[in-house]
Design a protein around this ligand. Structure first.
Ligand code: NAD
Length: 370
C-alpha cells in the first residue's frame, strides 16, 4: 500500500496516468504491465516491448513520453505503453504475445505497436486475436515505415523550415549524419533533393568524411553490401565519435540516445541539429547549444513521422496518404515551434513541451472523463 501511494505521489499529475494494469496468465507465464497515461485526444497508441527487467515506473515514463509525442505530432491519439517481462530474444514469442492480446481485448483505449523486442510479426498475432494494433506487415494493410522513410521525411520537412529561420540556404548546405541506418540514410536522400550535400556519415564502425560531398546512393549500396560506411572508397576515415566535431551546417543525430552531451557539445560546429533519434542530445547540451545560437529541433517534433505513419495505418490509410500527412503535420509543428522561439527565453524543448501539454489539457476540458 505504502509503495503504491509512493508511486502516485511521485508520478501522478494532472495529465495521468489514467490506468495502470498488471497482467498475469499462469498458462503461458505471461507477466505484463500496461500504462494508459492519457486518452483525452483519443485512444492511446504506444509500443509493446519485451524486456527482462521492465518496471511499472519505466512503463509509466514511456507512456507519458507517448502522450506528449502523439500530442505534439497532432495525431488523434493519447499515450500508453506496455511491457512484457521476458527475454526479448525468445525465438517463440507467439504464445506470450497472443496471451497478452487476449488480456487487453477489452482495454479498447489502448492500441499497441512494435517496440524493442517486438516486430510486425508480433503485431500480426495481436491483430489476429483482437484486430487492434499498428505496425502490421504490408500483407495485412501495414505501411512499412522504414522502407518508405517515414521518419526521415519528417526530419527533412523540419529542415526546410529551420534552415531559412537561421538564414541558411539548403542549396550546398553541408550535412553530417550520425547513424547511417533507416532514419539517417533516408534523411540524407530526402535532403539531397533540395541540394543539401552529405559531407559525413557514420555508423557504429566509424565515420567517412568527404568535404566535396559523398555520393549518397553509392554509400547506401556499399553500406548494404559491406556492412560499414568505411568501405566507401574515398574520403577520410575516422572513429564514430569524431563525426560530432566535423565542420558542417546541419547535423542529424540518428543513432542512439545521448550522442551529444556536456562532454562533447563544445566540439559541435553545426548550426542546426535535427534530432532524428530519441533524445540524441541531452537537455543540458541542448541548452548549451541554444545559448551558443545553435538551433536544435527536438526529437518529438522532428522524428514524429513514425507515429504519424502508424496513426494513418490505423485508420486504414496507405503509403501515399502517410507521406502527405507526415509532410503536413511535421511542417505545421515545426512552424509553430519556431514561432514560439521568437520569445528568446524559451528553449526549443520547453517550447515543444508547452505545445504538447497545451493540446492535451485543452482536449481534457472537452471530456467528461479522461
Ligand atoms: P537503424 O538500426 O536502422 O540505424 C541506426 C544506425 O546507427 C546504424 O547504422 C548503426 O550502425 C548506427 N549506430 C549505432 N550505434 C552507433 C554509435 N554509437 N555511433 C554511431 N553510429 C551508431 O535504426 P533507425 O531505425 O534508423 O533508428 C535510429 C534511431 O532513431 C533509434 O534510436 C530509434 O529508436 C530512433 N527512431 C527511429 C524511428 C524509425 O522510424 N525508425 C522513429 C523515431 C525514432
Amino acid at each position: 500500500m505504502a509503495a503504491r501511494e509512493t508511486f502516485f505521489e511521485t508520478f501522478a499529475d494532472d495529465l495521468g496516468p489514467s490506468k495502470i494494469i498488471h497482467l498475469y496468465d499462469p498458462r503461458t507465464d505471461l507477466k505484463a504491465i500496461v500504462v494508459v497515461d492519457n486518452v483525452a485526444i483519443g485512444p492511446a497508441i504506444g509500443g509493446l516491448r519485451i524486456a527482462p527487467d521492465i518496471t511499472t515506473e519505466e512503463v509509466f515514463r514511456l507512456a507519458r513520453a507517448m502522450t506528449l509525442k502523439n500530442s505534439a505530432a497532432g495525431i488523434p491519439h493519447g499515450g500508453a505503453k506496455a511491457g512484457i517481462i521476458g527475454d526479448p530474444h525468445n525465438p517463440d514469442k507467439e504464445p506470450l504475445i497472443r496471451a497478452f492480446a487476449r488480456k487487453i481485448r477489452t482495454l479498447t483505449e489502448y492500441i499497441p505497436g512494435p517496440d524493442m523486442g517486438t516486430n510486425e510479426q508480433c503485431m500480426a498475432y495481436i491483430f489476429d486475436e483482437i484486430r487492434r494494433c499498428v505496425g502490421l506487415p504490408r500483407a495485412l494493410g501495414g505501411v512499412p515505415l522504414d522502407e518508405i522513410g517515414a521518419t526521415a521525411l519528417g526530419v527533412s520537412e523540419a529542415a526546410w523550415l529551420a534552415l531559412p529561420f537561421i538564414g541558411i540556404d539548403p542549396q550546398g548546405a553541408r550535412l553530417a549524419v550520425q547513424g547511417f541506418g533507416n532514419v539517417g540514410r533516408h534523411s540524407a536522400r530526402f535532403m539531397a533533393q533540395r541540394g543539401v550535400k552529405l559531407v559525413a556519415a557514420c555508423d557504429s564502425t566509424g565515420t567517412v568524411h568527404l568535404d566535396r560531398g559523398l555520393d549518397i546512393e553509392k554509400l547506401i549500396e556499399i553500406k548494404a553490401k559491406e556492412g560499414t560506411v568505411l568501405a566507401y572508397p574515398e574520403g577520410d576515415r575516422l572513429s564514430p565519435e569524431e563525426i560530432i566535431g566535423l565542420p558542417c551546417d546541419i547535423m542529424v543525430p540518428a543513432a542512439r540516445p545521448d550522442a551529444i552531451t556536456k562532454a562533447n557539445v563544445e566540439q559541435v560546429q553545426a548550426k542546426l541539429i535535427i534530432e532524428g533519434a530519441n533524445i540524441p542530445v541531452t537537455e543540458e547540451a541542448e541548452r548549451i547549444l541554444h545559448d551558443r545560437g545553435v538551433l536544435c529541433i527536438p526529437d518529438f517534433i522532428a522524428n514524429a513521422g513514425g507515429v504519424i505513419c502508424g496513426a494513418v495505418e490505423y485508420r486504414g490509410g496507405g503509403e501515399n496518404e502517410a507521406l502527405a500527412v507526415i509532410r503536413e503535420k511535421v511542417s505545421q509543428n515545426t512552424r509553430q515551434l519556431l514561432e514560439r522561439l521568437s520569445a528568446p527565453e524559451l528553449y526549443p524543448r520547453q517550447a515543444a513541451m508547452h505545445m504538447a501539454t497545451e493540446r492535451v489539457k485543452t482536449a481534457m476540458t472537452f471530456r467528461k472523463f479522461t
